[in-house]
Ligand binder design. Structure first.
Ligand code: ADP
Ligand code: MG
Length: 580
């Protein structure tokens, strides 16, 4: 075949391969266009999983008649005009490829009424615009996706599968812009109707509709600002983990992204509190100056490049780590969550009932044990505010649980789980004070790596030293390991060194040694902790409760199970139909 210039339609169809993979990718591009156009309502209707039909209508600024055919031309965009604009992208789109691509692989029509026009214009295929009826805004209809590209049509899955992809994209975008109203229907059946969410409560309601109440009642609110970065949203308690990474929503300046650095920072924050193989759930919004993040790194714009990745990584990790380390009673969800977040509310007793106060608790204690409760001496301060968050122990149940009373009601503690966490945190603290003890290997170990890894190692030599790993470069593609942390097993070391290099690559810091050591300490803690069925005296139980309050992350055991739950008086009253 001789060399020839490809016809424009074929160029677009080839380009479509990159942007349009399946119905959900069309939905994504069209919904993003609606948001870029400043829409305050977006209506999405699809048929047969989006394969047969997709129709999206918005009330955004619209497109003038004489720009309609340009909108579906390739590399035509109103969002950027010069190279400098790429430095700080404020819109979701900017490549000017989506409409051209979609139009080239479907039966496509666009109708739009610009804000300054007195009626709408419509474009079907290659004809010139015809007058049409529409309120201000834009409607795009995409029918029979890939009808003219059999090779791609073959890759479409069942209606059910395509539908679930579309629903997922709809959810992600609906959460990206709380102030916009969204509606969604499939085969004529209404699926979601989301009113605009103008405050935190409204947004949480939307999250509940889209994620389920389970998530909202098991989440901790995040709100932090530093170094020009702001993080808001919710992270699920480690006890509410998922078998899949399907509830992980992260937005940067309103753009949903899936980025290695972000995933790494979040995983690191959960590292200590999540059961192996489980995935955390979160919904987070990061805002920063658009010039600090490059969204032009990937055609689907999922991945980004931060100009100061290390700062962002540290900020995310530290914020989430401290949120997840919370130990005060107010942060543990009550067993039966009442409010959206399920934070235990302050108890106000029904009128007829005399409140169980701390004086009574002390009396009960004295009657039971013939001595005053151990310090802090509550009898001096009957004020409810002085009751420690986890209260005072009342009894032990079946050798497994401690029952305690705090200002809100009943606390139940899993003795072994709680003790295990405390021992583990202690071991870690000791270890952190004394640092990583390394020892020379009997036989230095040769580790094959790439030349890129060698450069990475040379840049990060300090980091390796601080982790107790002493290595020499012993060839263009090999490292020689001479010293390693004493606690670690020798056979895992090369793997560990490679993982540390990997971490340097994605995050500019490494957690791998700490992860490996933590696992070890966690096993030690498990064996050194009180087993179920040991009788504890009340002072011992109270000591355990005080230890828990003083220990980070004591709300979960090392395996991510809860160590204690609160059943407040409202919950108990409900059980007995009291106060109605
Ligand atoms: P991009 O979004 O990258 O600019 P698109 O091919 O998605 O490229 O859209 C091309 C242009 O068409 C946009 O720049 C915008 O001017 C216009 N456009 C597309 N969709 C809409 C819409 N829903 N409302 C108003 N204008 C739109
Ligand atoms: Mg676009």
């Amino acid at each position: 075949m001789s060399i020839r210039q490809l016809p424009p339609a074929l160029i677009n169809q080839i380009a479509a391969g990159e942007v349009v993979e399946r119905p959900s990718s069309v939905i994504k591009e069209l919904m993003e266009n609606s948001l870029d156009a400043g829409a305050s309502t977006v209506d999405v209707q699809i048929a047969e999983g989006g394969i047969r039909q997709i129709q999206i209508t918005d009330d955004g600024q619209g497109i003038p008649k004489d720009e309609l055919s340009l909108a579906i031309a390739s590399h035509a965009t109103s969002k950027i005009s010069e190279l400098e604009d790429l430095e700080a992208i404020h819109t979701l789109g900017f490549r000017g490829e989506a409409l051209a691509s979609i139009a080239s692989v479907s039966r496509f029509s666009i109708t739009s009424r610009h804000q300054a026009a007195d009626h709408a214009w419509s474009l079907n295929g290659g004809e010139s615009p015809a007058p049409a009826k529409l309120q201000q805004g834009t409607r795009i209809e995409v029918r029979d996706l890939f009808f003219n590209v059999p090779a791609r049509r073959k890759f479409l899955r069942t209606e059910k599968t395509e539908y679930s992809h579309v629903e997922q994209v709809f959810r992600r975008i609906a959460l990206s812009q709380p102030s916009t109203a969204f509606t969604f229907s499939h085969n004529g059946k209404s699926i979601y109707q989301l009113p605009p969410a103008n405050d935190e409560a409204g947004l949480l309601k939307r999250v509940g509709t889209l994620f389920g109440k389970e998530f909202t009642s098991n989440s901790i609110q995040v709100e932090a600002e530093a170094a020009g970065l702001a993080l808001r949203g919710w992270v699920a308690q480690p006890t509410y983990s998922r078998s899949q990474a399907d509830q992980q929503y992260f937005y940067i300046n309103g753009r949903m992204i899936r980025d290695k650095l972000v995933v790494h920072a979040v995983r690191q924050a959960y590292a200590d509190v999540l059961f192996h193989g489980r995935h955390p759930a979160f919904m987070l919004y990061l805002t920063l100056d658009p010039s600090r993040v490059d969204v032009n790194a990937h055609p689907a714009k999922h991945e980004v490049r931060f100009r100061d990745g290390r700062i962002v990584h540290d900020f995310l990790f530290k914020t989430l780590h401290s949120v997840l380390s919370g130990t005060t009673a107010g942060e543990q969800p009550s067993v039966k969550a009442d409010g959206l977040l399920g934070f235990s509310s302050t108890y106000s007793p029904p009128q007829s009932q005399s409140s169980l106060n701390i004086r009574e608790a002390v009396q009960t204690y004295q009657t039971l044990y013939g001595e005053p409760p151990p310090a802090p001496a509550v009898s001096d301060s009957p004020n409810n505010e002085d009751i420690p968050p986890l209260g005072y122990a009342l009894a032990q149940l079946m050798g497994v649980y401690i029952l305690a009373q705090n200002s809100e009601g009943l606390i139940i503690v899993d003795m072994h789980a709680a003790h295990e966490r405390i021992t583990y945190e202690r071991l870690k603290q000791q270890y952190e004070q004394d640092g990583v003890k390394s020892q020379p290997l009997l036989v230095p170990e040769r580790i094959a790596v790439s030349s890129k890894d060698i450069a990475l190692f040379e840049e990060n030599q300090d980091l390796f030293e601080s982790l107790g790993l002493r290595l020499d470069v012993s060839g263009p593609e090999s490292l020689l390991l001479r010293e390693a942390p004493a606690l670690l097993h020798a056979e895992n070391l090369p793997q560990l060194v490679r993982q540390v290099l990997d971490d340097c690559h994605t995050a500019g810091s490494s957690n791998k040694i700490h992860e490996a050591l933590n696992e070890l300490l966690s096993t030690m803690a498990c064996h050194g902790s009180v087993r179920a069925n040991r009788q504890l005296a009340v002072p011992e139980m109270n000591a355990l409760l005080r230890d828990m309050e003083a220990t980070e992350r004591s709300g979960q055991c090392n395996h991510g199970r809860p160590t204690w739950v609160q059943i407040d008086m409202n919950d108990l009253d409900r059980l007995f139909d009291r106060g109605r």
